[in-house]
Design a protein around this ligand. Structure first.
Ligand code: FAD
Length: 496
């Protein structure tokens, strides 16, 4: 490894951020870049631990110690080659991945983990600046055609790999532009959209065709795609949000998080925030603003954090976030019902910008002002108990804890239950698993319909960008094997 004693000499350091009070005035990314010296020191902290658990921690099987070594030696081209051999889109994961690789880092046992995610972002951005990132065109065309439905990270990764294997790939996307939740869910302050445009332009140069405003099952017939293509990959994501069906749910001012976030992403993009809303089941077609309001975000995950950051940028009077689960104790041996970590423990940069957080809170009612508008939330504190015999943790309402708090905008950020069944999935007669996701095993990615495969959140359930990319890559290999009898595409199983 670059510097055998690096981990003893240098501490973990992350790049600076623009101050919270300044950055909430715009929607731009705010994490700065390392200096050359900082980057060199951070890569030197990778300690050649013998069995690098980070490989396994990363759903892509990224070959982390090797790229850290190349970064330490300032061999940027080699670092880029190593990183891009397992990850099609490090510019996405380098910005927004919760970095399970860092949780798996062996140095993390005694010291803060190596700053792998930031190093990854620097490798790819330097790679673009130095001109190493070029369109990866196939040497041969196979004459086979594949349709990918959905252009989120899973669909894009599947398209990139299948195109590289020589198949002619067309991506069908119902939205205005490709990117899925990268573009319309995740706010610009975490991922600026030119980053997606830059990658889409490369994919187009490589030969991938994008058809937007193409809602399969609505204005594109799935039967036509099955006739035209030798294989179809479903990568439509997990799009049905979990609802909170308590009295007052119908009031003006109670919205799903995605209505709010998608509109703001569209405004930033200069497009009509309400255009296309009618094609999605969860969007009611009303401008949603937090400006001048007391905002309550219900749900403590990534989506909730993004609502907090966006509300502060809108100029909310107050932003409060509720989580049903209890606050994780400092003492990690104390009771923590799954999935307390990492869902509840996680503090995002949005919380630094202003937010009151409360744990073990349930919303009992949305209270109206008599004119159909939300004016308050009726909430109650929960008491959680665990059982020693392995049964799931239980909660009950704490007597006398019920109270009302002012709220003119409530954002429901409680996750997604499964993909939308109406339209494409029903028309296909696709088999679903017990959670309502498309049934296809992780070994084959194949559904019950001949030549139809599935990858990403539509198969796995709501997850992470890094898992979506991993599923897209692995699924592409299975499609390639199905079409050609064998595949030369890399698989995670071969790296690990
Ligand atoms: P998606 O990204 O959901 O893409 C699916 C695409 O398919 C969409 O563009 C949709 O329009 C299209 N589609 C669906 N049906 C059809 C159809 N019938 N015809 C044509 N097109 C169709 N993960 C992280 O790792 N880090 C984060 O910080 C993070 N933040 C998040 C913030 C928010 C607000 C949300 C909602 C999720 C976040 N996630 C994050 C999770 C991550 O975005 C998803 O796990 C990932 O995008 C799933 O990728 P996918 O390709 O499977 O689906």
């Amino acid at each position: 490894m670059g510097k055998p004693t690096g981990f003893m000499e240098f501490g973990r350091e992350l790049p600076g951020k623009r101050p919270a009070a300044e950055r909430i005035k715009d929607y731009n990314e705010f994490v700065e870049r390392y200096s050359d010296e900082q980057l060199n020191k951070q890569s030197a902290r990778c300690m050649n631990c013998g069995i690098p658990f980070c490989h396994n921690g990363c759903p892509l099987g990224n070959v982390i110690p090797e790229f850290n070594d190349a970064v330490y030696r300032k061999n940027w081209e080699e670092a880029y080659e190593i990183l891009s051999s397992t990850n099609n889109f490090p510019e996405f994961t380098g910005r927004i991945c919760p970095a399970p690789c860092e949780t798996a880092c062996v140095l993390g046992i005694n010291q803060p983990a190596v700053a792998i995610e930031e190093i990854e972002k620097h490798i790819i951005e330097i790679g673009f600046e130095k001109g190493f990132v070029k369109a990866k065109k196939p040497n041969l065309r196979t004459g086979k055609k594949v349709a990918v439905i959905g252009s989120g990270p899973a669909g894009l990764a599947a398209a990139a790999q299948l195109n590289y294997a020589g198949h002619q790939v067309t991506v069908y996307e119902r939205d205005e532009k490709p990117g899925g939740l990268l573009r319309y869910g995740i706010p610009d302050f975490k991922l600026e959209k030119w980053v997606i445009d830059r990658r889409i332009a490369l994919l187009e140069e490589e030969g991938v065709v994008f058809r937007c405003h193409a809602n399969v099952g609505v204005n594109v017939r799935i039967d036509d795609l099955l006739r035209e293509y030798q294989a179809v990959v479903l990568a439509g994501g997990s799009t049905v949000p979990r609802n909170l069906d308590v009295p007052g749910r119908e009031l003006n001012g109670v919205h799903f998080a995605m209505e709010f976030l998608k509109q703001q992403n569209k405004r930033n993009d200069g497009s009509d925030p309400l255009a296309g809303a009618e094609i999605e089941s969860n969007v009611i077609g009303q401008d949603v603003f937090a400006t001048g309001k007391n905002v309550v975000v219900i749900g403590g995950g990534d989506t909730g954090s993004d609502c907090v950051g966006t509300s502060n940028r809108h100029g909310a009077v107050s932003v409060t976030q509720f989580e049903l689960l209890p606050k994780p104790p400092d003492d990690r041996t104390a009771f923590m019902p799954w999935p307390t970590y990492p869902m509840v423990l996680k503090t995002s940069s949005s919380h630094e910008e202003g937010c009151e957080r409360h744990w073990a809170v349930a919303t009992k009612e949305f209270v109206g002002d008599g004119n159909g508008n939300l004016k308050a939330l009726k909430i109650v504190t929960l008491e959680w108990t665990s059982s020693s015999d392995g049964r799931p943790a239980q909660f009950k309402e704490k007597a006398g804890s019920e109270k009302e708090i002012p709220c003119e905008l409530a954002l429901l950020a409680m996750g997604f239950v499964h993909p939308q069944k109406e339209g494409m999935l029903n028309e296909l007669g696709i088999e679903l698993d017990e959670r309502g996701n498309v049934r296809a095993t992780e070994r084959s990615y194949q559904t019950n319909i001949p030549k139809v495969f599935a990858a990403g959140d539509i198969r796995r359930g709501q997850s992470l960008v890094v898992w979506a990319i991993s599923e897209g890559r692995e699924c592409a290999r299975k499609v390639d094997e199905f079409l050609m009898g064998q595949s030369l595409l890399e698989s995670r199983d071969e790296v690990l």
